[in-house]
Design a protein around this ligand. Structure first.
Ligand SMILES: [Zn+2]
Ligand SMILES: [Zn+2]
Length: 466
């Protein structure tokens, strides 16, 4: 008897151990995915004069009366109305549970629409046109924006759709018809969160409604009379199916977006900064074909530290400081940085990248025609076709024998322009170039970026040259 107990106990301890290893692994995976950094010494933002973040010229009406915004609002309203209609039948508000169910669902609706409106209304906070830093010395450390005719504050980028420089810009969102950036970052995150929660709740309500409608006959005959009887007409059936499909699709898509955004928040980055950070690391790598001068230059750059990662807790507080009013911390111009970095660590590296990009651009020869259409790349294989970087700019029509200045590449694709028309940039498959045969270790791997799409940005040095 004692023997059996001992074996059982041992087995239990082995199982416990396995579970704890599995848990540890899971926590490790989450940490690895989010790349969480612990706290570090922070240099607070200086109290230098900062420009007032502007709302922009677009009126509320022009911002809201736009295809994307109308689509977003009508989708939320449609899912909300259909689900409320069925929630009232499935769980009438005469019971406490029913009242609670309907009220919470309506609360998600309110929070989703409210935050969507605020994200669109407040905008990212635009840098005033023609802005200059108070200290003349700082000008050469900042990028210059030609369309805005002013300097870009650190972490800001020019949005070609808003035609303004946006503070801490993440991306231009068609659903809010505005950029996501410094001022509306929390509103945008809350919008994503409540949409996901609301859509999951809607799917549950609609799912149960569909179930009860399906078995309505059975319940009428054999039920005890307490079950909800939901009768569907053809129209309400179509509306129900449509609402379930939309809610599931929205929940899946926005969960993905929300997790990506959270990942940026815990690292105090955004999509563009993630890309620039990658380029900063890449710029410091020595490649096979680099000559001595280039290696010297790379050495002179020193080590790269991303200046805004202040440890995950502080990073979260930067965005979620006003959890109820949606405020984000800071003036959108000067930022707290890691000990050892300055306000201009990031901007100086951006300027260096521009220099380096030009140094690394190469002249390549086209071997085959490419018509620059979406389907034109099919003949290079499904893989190349599926990987065409459509979100990162258009394709470029090129013909055999032409020479192109290539600035960067992603798997299977090269980005470049003709020397005669440097404004007309685009992508074409690497298979039609002479790069494939020779191999090109210098063409950088890159991801999507607002930076390269709008090359209207020049450093202050260059501006003086013009
Ligand atoms: Zn600008
Ligand atoms: Zn924009």
């Amino acid at each position: 008897m004692g023997h059996t107990f001992r074996i059982l106990r041992r087995r239990k301890s082995i199982v416990d151990e396995r579970i704890s290893i599995r848990q540890k692994k899971r926590v490790g995976l989450i940490k690895a995915y989010f790349q969480v950094s612990m706290s570090c010494d922070v240099v607070e933002a200086p109290d230098w004069p900062a420009p007032e973040a502007e709302v922009g010229e677009k009126t509320v009406f022009r911002r809201m009366f736009y295809f994307g915004t109308i689509f977003a609002f009508s989708t939320i309203t449609m899912i909300g109305a259909v689900t409320t209609f069925f929630a009232l039948q499935w769980m009438p508000v005469t019971s406490y549970m029913g009242l609670f169910n309907t009220l919470t669902f309506l609360l998600w609706n309110y929070l989703t629409i409210g935050n969507l409106f605020n994200a669109s209304f407040f905008g990212p906070g635009y840098v005033p046109r023609g802005w200059k830093p108070a200290n003349k010395e700082h000008e050469k450390k900042l990028q210059f924006c030609v369309p805005c005719d002013g300097f870009k504050v650190p972490r800001s980028h020019h949005c070609s759709k808003c035609n303004r420089c946006c503070m801490k810009m993440d991306h231009h969102c068609p659903w809010i018809n505005n950029c996501v950036g410094h001022r509306n970052h929390q509103y945008f995150l809350r919008f994503l969160f409540f949409s996901v929660v609301g859509c999951i709740h809607a799917t549950i309500i609609d799912g149960f409604a569909l179930y009860h409608a399906f078995f309505a006959g059975w319940y009428q005959r054999y039920g005890d009379g307490t079950e909800p009887i939901i009768l569907l007409t053809m129209y309400s059936f179509i509306a129900l199916i449509f609402a379930i499909a939309m809610a599931t699709a929205v929940a899946l898509a926005l969960t993905f977006l929300f997790v990506t955004q959270l990942r940026y928040v815990v690292r105090n980055r955004n999509g563009i900064e993630d890309y620039i950070h990658g380029k900063s690391l890449n710029m410091r790598k020595v490649h096979e074909n680099d000559d001595e001068e280039e290696i010297e230059w790379i050495k002179s750059l020193g080590e790269w530290t991303y200046p805004y990662d202040l440890g995950w807790k502080r990073n979260c507080r930067e965005v979620f400081i006003g959890l109820f009013d949606g405020r984000t911390r800071g003036n959108g111009t000067w930022w707290p940085v890691v000990e050892g970095c300055t306000q201009f660590t990031f901007t100086i590296d951006q300027l260096l990248q521009k220099q380096s990009k030009r140094g690394r651009a190469r002249i390549i020869t086209i071997g085959e025609d490419f018509d620059g259409t979406c389907c034109g790349s099919r003949r290079f294989g499904w893989k190349i076709w599926a990987k065409q970087p459509i979100i990162d700019g258009k394709c470029l029509k090129v013909s055999a024998g032409e020479t192109i200045v290539a600035t960067r590449g992603v798997s299977g694709w090269v980005y470049g322009f003709r020397e005669s028309e440097s404004r007309n940039k685009g992508w074409f498959p690497i298979a039609i170039t002479n790069l494939k045969r020779n191999g090109d270790p210098k063409t950088e791997e890159s991801a999507s970026s607002e930076e390269d799409k709008t090359d209207d940005t020049v450093s202050s040095e260059e501006k003086k040259d013009q």
